[in-house]
Design a binder for this molecule. Structure first.
Ligand code: NAP
Length: 287
């Protein structure tokens, strides 16, 4: 089985981004800049935002972080977004989710200029992606696509199953696979005979968040597995199928698989950095 090493690929992509940013620095050009907004003190959100900030700095990009108190009003948040939308030195904006309950998340996200949407989840960007003319792609689905492409996994004409239909992962991943000419079946919690459907697939992408959702024998011999989920079992981090205990069986059966950890996870942050650089380039060429 070929290990689809997302950690290694993410490092390569980040190295390429750092080299591009370094060329801009040497040419005394303006540098790509990401604005991060965090409301409240959820410990997981604090650590995600810190990691995004750290990655920006490590790649030589600029980053401005707004860590706002839990009681920040929606109006105040929208005002900050307006300032960032108007600031020609800011290329990407990311509001860390979830927001506190008194804030309307949809309203906030739609107030980010879609041309600065670092996450690629603005409704305009999802629409453009659906039309096959993307401005910027959602990070995790784009990370999955990069893994499949860089490891030369054929998609054209292949039967693909995507388990999960969230806007964050499952729905855009199914669209991207279909645009790469896979025949896609999208599964979700109402799907009947999930294992049977998966056994027929050449590529299985799982993003349900249910450890042990499928067993290795629910995949056909020679299939490709992209396990997006980040669950926990007794042995630590695991996917919906991939875990320390299933890995040896998967290795015998599959053509290729993303490990958990070290598969899709590291690609998500690399794709965020990639998006900021892409937004910067579009921003500069439109001036
Ligand atoms: P989500 O919004 O909770 O969506 C989960 C999806 O899985 C839903 O569409 C749900 O179906 C489906 N599902 C749940 N139980 C199922 C079952 N028993 N059988 C079939 N489908 C089932 O989660 P998400 O944000 O998409 O994230 C999914 C997983 O990916 C989580 O483990 C998350 O931690 C992980 N994740 C990883 C990364 C990364 O970078 N590696 C990034 C984002 C998310 P319904 O629509 O019918 O409810």
């Amino acid at each position: 089985m070929q290990l689809l090493d997302g950690k290694k690929l993410a490092q390569e992509i980040k190295k390429e981004i750092a080299a591009e940013v370094n060329r801009l620095r040497q040419a005394n050009q303006r540098l790509p800049k990401l604005a991060l907004i965090l409301v409240g003190n959820r410990s997981d959100s604090v650590s995600y935002v810190n990691s995004k900030e750290k990655n920006c700095h490590a790649l030589g990009m600029e980053c401005i972080k707004y860590h706002l108190p839990e009681e920040t009003t929606q109006e105040a948040l929208l005002q900050i977004l307006q300032q960032l939308n108007d600031d020609s030195n800011v290329d990407g904006i990311l509001v860390q989710l979830p927001l506190p309950a008194h804030i309307d998340t949809g309203r906030v996200l739609e107030n980010i200029d879609y041309q600065k949407d670092a996450d690629g989840l603005h409704h305009v960007n999802l629409g453009l992606m659906l039309m096959g003319d993307p401005y910027v792609l959602p990070c995790t689905p784009n990370g999955i696509l990069h893994i499949l492409k860089r490891y030369n996994i054929p998609m054209d004409g292949q039967k693909a199953v995507v388990v999960g239909r969230s806007i964050l992962v499952g729905a855009p991943t199914a669209i991207l696979l279909q645009q790469h000419h896979a025949t896609v079946t999208q599964c979700h919690s109402h799907t009947r005979n999930l294992a049977e459907i998966c056994r027929d697939a050449d590529i299985v992408v799982t993003a349900a968040g249910v450890p042990g959702l499928l067993r290795p024998e629910d995949l056909k011999d020679g299939a490709v597995l992209v396990d997006v989920a980040m669950n926990h079992d007794d042995n630590g981090l695991c996917g919906d199928i991939y875990s320390k205990s299933t890995a040896p069986v998967l290795e015998q059966r599959l053509a290729a698989a993303t490990p958990v950890p070290g598969g899709v996870g590291p690609m998500t942050i690399a794709m965020l950095m990639y998006n900021v650089l892409q937004l910067y380039k579009k921003h500069e060429t439109s001036k």
